[in-house]
Write a protein that binds this ligand. Structure first.
Ligand SMILES: [Zn+2]
Length: 151
């Protein structure tokens, strides 16, 4: 257990006190997603009932497979769908997935190439200091962005 005395105060200038720990996500299989949908949502209003409606299930399943980051995320999405009256469509799946994500992309706060901003530091070139940009003038993203647990 964390004692209060173990909690370090925020360091000024850093946006987050927690450690930077990239995570590996294992995408759920289509089979896993399908099983969860069938097991828990097929009694909902608007759920596909016969062969003609199975295309609809395919779209919902496509959306779920595409947006779910891992199996536990699938379970959170389906659990949220269970709270609703109607069988979800692809749009609802995407909306819920965004709200229940367990991770996000963030730059390494200790990166020396960008000082944790996620974009390369200004460089001096021919007496002129500027931020490195892409061909169309956007700030160049650093390569230290990783998937980390969402806080
Ligand atoms: Zn960086």
């Amino acid at each position: 257990m964390t004692k209060v005395s173990d909690i370090k105060p925020d360091t000024p200038g850093t946006y987050s006190p927690q450690e930077f720990k990239p995570v590996e996500l294992k995408k759920p299989t289509r089979e896993f997603c399908k099983t969860e949908l069938r097991k828990r949502l097929m009694l909902k209003r608007g759920a596909p009932r016969d062969e003609r409606e199975l295309d609809m299930l395919k779209y919902v399943l496509d959306a779920l497979v595409q947006v779910a980051e891992d199996e536990s995320h699938v379970l959170r999405i389906v659990a949220e769908c269970e709270q609703r009256d109607y069988f979800p469509d692809g749009y609802v799946i995407r909306q819920i997935a965004g709200a229940t994500k367990g991770t996000e992309r963030r730059p390494n706060p200790k990166c020396e190439k960008c000082d944790g901003s996620g974009f390369l530091k200004p460089v001096e070139k021919g007496g002129y200091t500027g931020v490195p940009t892409t061909a169309d003038g956007k700030p160049l993203k650093c390569d230290c962005w990783r998937t980390v647990e969402r806080v």
